[in-house]
Design a protein around this ligand. Sequence first.
Ligand code: FDP
Length: 281
Amino acid sequence: MDMILDAIKKASIEIKNLIETGDTGKSQNQNSTGDTQLKLDIASDEIIESYFKKLSNVKAIVSEEQESVIDINQNGEYLIAYDPLDGSSLVDVNLSVGSIYGIYKDDFKGSNIVASIYVVFGPRVELVYCDGVSVKMFRLQNGEFNYIQDIKLYEIGKLQAPGSTQQCWYPYHKTMIDDFFKAGYRLRYSGGMVPDLHQILLKGGGLFSYPSTTDLPKGKLRQLFEVFPFALVYKCAGGGAIDGKHDLLSIKTLHIHDTSPCFFGSNDEIKKVIEVYKNNG
Ligand code: FDP
């Protein structure tokens, strides 16, 4: 695992430089979900792929930006699913973005995730590593990632990040979000999954939601690249991660680009979501 962590640190330093100086324009290509790829998406993907291809313990990789799995070493132990630059459309307005990595064994599925890593590119570059037990944050300082702190959620938080198009929310979802605001929760939503979830983790708690909607019944966020890695982080930080009714890491993946509704939060908020969703959705 150390080899993978080291490769991600090196790739992240290159991606940081790319974000600072690269072209934020669109490419001519679309990814498999139909999003137009930015030149930054493609370049970040190439950087990460070139590092992973050198690792003897990696069996296969799959990127959110690519259609299919790339085999690396038949005898490798790990499978890696990654989103090279999540929220890349926020770079041109200078908001934070991130990379997400899910590390699996045997098969790409939620119950097989063994570790996850995400990197936030903001005013500072921070890397969060979850080995399935604890959640540790490192910060890039003078070319090195230094350990800063373990991350642990409180039982209840104060922030909420409600994703997707409100016009397409189901009434019970809208009522639930309104009830959180009525209870005093403050809105914190930038539209970048990585910084939005990072903020809730570091401020001790709250709720991030990206629900099933009338236009996207299976949500928007991709299971292997986005949802499962953060589910592992939130669970190991002492919180919860559900699709409304079930533990996110128990849901089935039929296709590598499958999406799922998702809720990540501290325990009190997750209990409230379960209360609402057990009779709805
Ligand atoms: P983006 O489309 O900009 O890449 O991964 C998709 C994502 O961003 C997440 O980072 C973010 O949380 C979400 O989409 C935002 O979607 P909405 O604008 O629909 O809320």
